[in-house]
Each structure stands twice: as structure tokens, then as C-alpha cells.
Design a protein around this ligand. Structure first.
Ligand SMILES: Cc1ncc(COP(=O)(O)O)c(C=O)c1O
Length: 423
């Protein structure tokens, strides 16, 4: 079996540590399942990114949809990052974490009027627009507030990011953005609007992208649009490359951030404007694990099952996209290897963490770490089957902080009323 290790997660005498804390010490305190994140991993990845682009005028806006724990957002804020938010709920989290509104980008393909109002009231750096109707609505709301809204159009460059279809966003069949031709007309049409100031152009072609050509192709296409707009009198302040940089879950071989920077910088430099980035997964995926208990084991003539107390309700990615997450014991080399399905307690056959996985022949109440769970994990957690969302812990060196406790059953019943007249 594979034992994943990185600079933050490693075995010491066969005991899994996150930074300088034994993972088992944390789960003993919090119970399982529990999400644990390494602050060192977040800071290291952020610094690598910033360093690779240090010689161009740029600003990173961490995409908080990957992990919106307010302490995670606060770590990014302290590193100098802005925050990309996809809803008013995420915006409120960023503001609560102390992020200045000028360091917030409000994204989202279907923002409601209330969300647009909230973005304008908070005076965020810019709102992205993804349809003409949205531009109209932003203009109308800005006018009612006597404001000029800062807007970037998300342009769909129609390139194939060669990633899972559910996380590909830059193709014509995807719901995201506006094609180049229509975007160009809209920039021209609304440029003299009293209530819209176009500040940028934006792309985001998908997530978990492991090869450079889709990025280069998209940047080339949108650079050409940037210059066409410039020649027609529209000079934009920002060019936003989006996020999507891939990470290693299994045996992927993604480009390094240095390679990414070297490939894109020649194109980006020519623009002469500020370059924005919105990575989420790149920073967070391998900063986090989900620790779970083996509730039961069982075997039949076809399969071995390890039944865990973590489920699709904590980590939906395997059920949603068939994603691979390494699974490994907190104490290793105790047993021979078997092949097993690692499955949760939720009443769905689609509730699995791993299928036919080589793993040690773990016993009841052994603990496991589900690796690479820092991005798109807790943010997708749900209360399906009446389950309580788990606690989240951040480790910093030899200290750890429980940043959020396990939900209580009162949370599950929050504001639900038993209406007597209904019977
Ligand atoms: C607009 C936008 N920016 C950034 C991201 C972050 O993507 P990733 O986590 O792959 O870097 C997303 C993810 O879907 C997105 O939709």
C-alpha cells in the first residue's frame, strides 16, 4: 500500500504526525471524524506561489470555496492574500476573518440581487459578471445606490482543461462565463454606463488541471481580447488568471508552480496590468486530512469492508467525482495487507471513501487518515442521514487549535418548528 507523506505529514516510528503533533493525540481529544489542517503546508505553498511570481505585479486571491474555515481565511489574510468568494455567505466569512473589502473578489455564476447589493454595500474590489442580464442587474442596483460598480467579465475562452467533466469550466458547454465575442460587445456596450466601471477581465478554466497548455492557450486568447479592448479605448486594470492548478492525490504529475510561472509570465508581462490569481486546491488539498475510526470490519466471499465513521457527508469527493484519496492507518506496519472497500455509515451504495484499496488489515477501532482532504472537504459536508458536521483543527508546529467543534443535535434542529396545525 502507499503511505503518503509530505513536509507536514510524516510517520515517526510508524506513528503519523502532522507537523510536530501525533494525529492520534488530536483525534483522541476531538473524537472522530475530524478534519485536521497544517498551517505550515498552507504558508509554504502560498510562499512558493508568491515567490514564483515575485517579479511581476500580481495579487493572489485565495479561493475560499476550497476551505472557508475563518481561521484558514485569516492565515491567508496574514500572508498577504486577498480572498475570492463565491457567495454572500463566503463574503461574510472573509469579512469576519478581518479581510479588507478591497481584498475581496465576489464571483459566482448566479449571484442574487441581494448578493450584488451586499457586494456593493461592502465595497469589495470587484464583482465578476457572467451574463448580460447580470451586468444589467449590477448596473441597476449600483444606480439605485448612486454608486459605480467595479466589474470584471468572466470570459469563457473555450479551451479544454482536460480535467474531470464536473470541474471543467472553460468549455462552451459549461455554464460559466461569456464567450470572447459576446464579452467584447458587452465591454463596448456598457463601457460608458454611469454605473459600471470595467476594471478587469477574468478566466477560470477548471480545477485540478495538471498540464500547462490549457492555461497558455486561454491566457493567449484572453490577452488578445485584452489588447483588442485596449485599442478600442478600454484599458483594464486587472487580468485574472483564476485558479485550477492541480495537485497530487495519487500519481498525478502536475506542473510545479515554478514551471507554471515561467510558462505564463512572458504572456502576462506583455499586458502591463496587474495579474490576479485565485487558487484554492493548490494551497489547501494536501494541507488537510480527515481522521476516522473503523467502526466495524466485515468480509464476504467477494469483498472485505472497513466501515468507517467518516462518510460522504464529510468527504463527498469520492461519491461525487470518483476521486482518489489515499487512506492510511495512524499507526502503520501493524498488519499484513488486504484489499478492501472503505465505506461510510450513510445509507447509499455511493457512500464510499475508497474501493478495492490495498490497505493494512485494520481491526475494529483502529484509526485511519484520509489524505488530501483539505480542499473541497468540509465545505461540502452535509447533514444527510441526520449526521453532525465534524470538528476542524489547525496544527501549528507543536500546537493545535480546535477551530470549530462537532455540531450538536440542536444545530440539526435549528429553527425547525413543529407545526401543530399540520396534523
Ligand atoms: C471562479 C473560481 N476561481 C477559483 C476557483 C478555485 O479553483 P481551484 O481550487 O481549482 O484552484 C474556482 C473553483 O471552482 C472558481 O470557480
Amino acid at each position: 500500500m502507499r503511505y503518503f507523506e509530505n513536509e507536514s505529514y510524516s510517520y515517526r516510528n510508524d506513528v503519523l504526525f502532522v507537523e510536530d503533533v501525533a494525529v492520534g493525540d488530536i483525534s483522541e481529544k476531538t473524537g472522530t471524524p475530524v478534519f485536521i489542517y497544517s498551517k505550515k503546508h498552507i504558508s509554504d505553498r502560498f510562499r512558493q506561489f508568491a515567490d514564483a511570481f515575485r517579479d511581476i505585479d500580481h495579487h493572489v486571491f485565495y479561493a475560499s470555496k476550497a476551505n472557508f474555515n475563518i481561521n484558514v481565511i485569516n492565515i491567508f489574510r496574514s500572508l498577504g492574500s486577498g480572498i475570492d468568494v463565491n457567495s454572500e455567505g463566503e463574503m461574510i466569512r472573509a469579512l469576519k476573518a478581518g479581510v479588507a473589502p478591497q481584498n475581496i473578489i465576489l464571483s459566482g455564476v448566479g449571484k442574487t440581487a441581494d448578493e450584488i447589493r451586499a457586494g456593493l454595500d461592502s465595497d469589495v474590489l470587484m464583482l465578476k459578471a457572467e451574463s448580460e442580464e447580470e451586468i444589467e442587474l449590477i448596473a441597476k442596483i449600483a444606480e439605485s445606490k448612486n454608486k459605480k460598480a467595479r466589474v470584471a467579465i468572466r470570459v469563457n475562452p473555450e479551451v479544454d482543461a482536460k480535467t474531470h467533466p464536473y470541474i471543467s469550466t472553460g468549455l462552451a458547454q459549461n455554464k460559466f462565463g461569456i464567450n470572447e465575442k459576446d464579452a467584447e460587445s458587452l465591454y463596448l456596450k456598457y463601457n460608458n454606463s454611469r454605473c459600471i466601471k470595467f476594471t478587469g477581465i477574468d478566466m477560470h478554466i477548471g480545477s485540478q488541471i495538471t498540464s500547462l497548455p490549457p492555461f497558455i492557450e486561454a491566457v493567449e486568447k484572453l490577452s488578445a481580447l485584452y489588447f483588442r479592448l485596449k485599442s478600442q479605448g478600454i484599458t483594464l486594470e486587472h487580468f485574472d488568471v483564476g485558479g485550477g492548478m492541480g495537485v497530487v492525490y495519487k500519481e498525478e504529475n502536475p506542473f510545479s508552480i515554478h514551471e507554471f510561472a515561467e510558462a505564463l509570465k512572458p504572456h502576462l508581462r506583455k499586458l502591463g496590468c496587474k495579474i490576479l490569481f485565485e487558487p484554492g486546491r493548490f494551497f489547501m488539498a494536501n494541507s488537510g486530512i480527515l481522521v476516522s475510526d473503523i467502526l466495524y470490519t466485515k468480509k464476504n466471499d467477494k469483498k472485505n469492508f472497513l466501515i468507517t465513521d467518516a462518510a460522504m457527508t464529510e468527504l463527498m469527493r469520492p461519491s461525487l467525482y470518483g476521486s482518489y484519496h489515499n487512506v492510511q492507518p495512524l499507526i502503520r506496519n501493524k498488519y499484513p495487507e488486504i484489499k478492501a472497500d472503505i465505506v461510510g455509515p450513510v445509507c447509499e451504495s455511493g457512500d464510499f471513501i475508497a474501493k478495492d484499496r490495498e490497505i493494512e488489515d485494520l481491526k475494529q477501532n483502529d484509526k485511519i487518515a484520509i489524505i488530501s482532504a483539505g480542499a473541497y472537504g468540509m465545505v461540502m459536508a452535509s447533514n444527510y442521514n441526520g449526521r453532525r458536521r465534524p470538528p476542524e483543527v489547525i496544527v501549528d508546529g507543536d500546537k493545535y487549535f480546535i477551530t470549530r467543534s462537532r455540531e450538536t443535535f440542536d444545530h440539526l434542529l435549528y429553527d425547525e418548528k413543529l407545526i401543530k396545525e399540520l396534523i
